[in-house]
Design a protein around this ligand. Structure first.
Ligand SMILES: [Zn+2]
Ligand SMILES: [Zn+2]
Length: 186
């Protein structure tokens, strides 16, 4: 394994260059299929934008990462480590902000149906695999269920709608106080 890394220390652009810029993560893995088990190769990626044609709102930006593809007896093991940014809306103050995401994944592209995993990935006959759906889908899994622009976001004033991160309108503390009901009585 160490030997392989020494022979091919870096991403070989010639071998993976593809004419279709819409599929920047499509790789020719033919040389890995014909390699001996145990062989691996690392691929580095940088993508200014990773968009889904169906849902343009979920665009990952500044995506960078590394994929290691290893030849195993059962298929090609793909291990990816990525990071990137996405624009989200804060659930408290409703403003748009940039959320940084990091994600990892491991998937096997099986040679035959006998070795197929739950993900159902097979090495296609033309030996070209497009990692875009994998990279994207695993990235989107990292989106927080309740996105917050910052952990201590003060949110909006329930009375006048003022963004309390920017300015204090003076309404909120009184409304939130447990004594506000008591004060009404007095
Ligand atoms: Zn916020
Ligand atoms: Zn207010």
């Amino acid at each position: 394994m160490l030997q392989c890394a020494q022979i091919h220390p870096i991403f070989n652009i010639e071998e993976t260059k593809v004419p279709n810029p819409r599929k920047p993560l499509r790789l020719n893995v033919g040389f890995l299929v014909s390699a001996a088990a145990g062989y691996h190769r690392d691929f580095d990626f940088y993508l200014p934008k990773l968009t889904d044609e169906e849902d343009q709102t979920l665009t990952l930006a500044e995506v960078q990462g590394r994929v290691r593809i290893s030849r195993t007896p059962q298929g090609l093991l793909v291990e990816g480590t990525f990071e990137g940014d996405i624009q989200l809306e804060c659930v408290r103050c409703l403003s748009e902000y940039t959320q940084h995401l990091r994600w990892e994944f491991t998937e096997l592209y099986a040679f035959t149906r006998d070795n197929i995993t739950d993900s159902g990935l097979l090495v296609p006959e033309d030996a070209h695999i497009d990692l875009q759906p994998l990279v994207r889908d695993f990235g989107l899994l990292e989106i927080p269920i309740k996105p917050l622009c910052k952990s201590d976001c003060k949110g909006l004033c329930p009375e006048c709608g003022q963004n309390l991160n920017l300015q204090n309108c003076g309404h909120a503390p009184e409304n939130d106080s447990p004594f506000s009901t008591l004060k009404d009585w007095l």
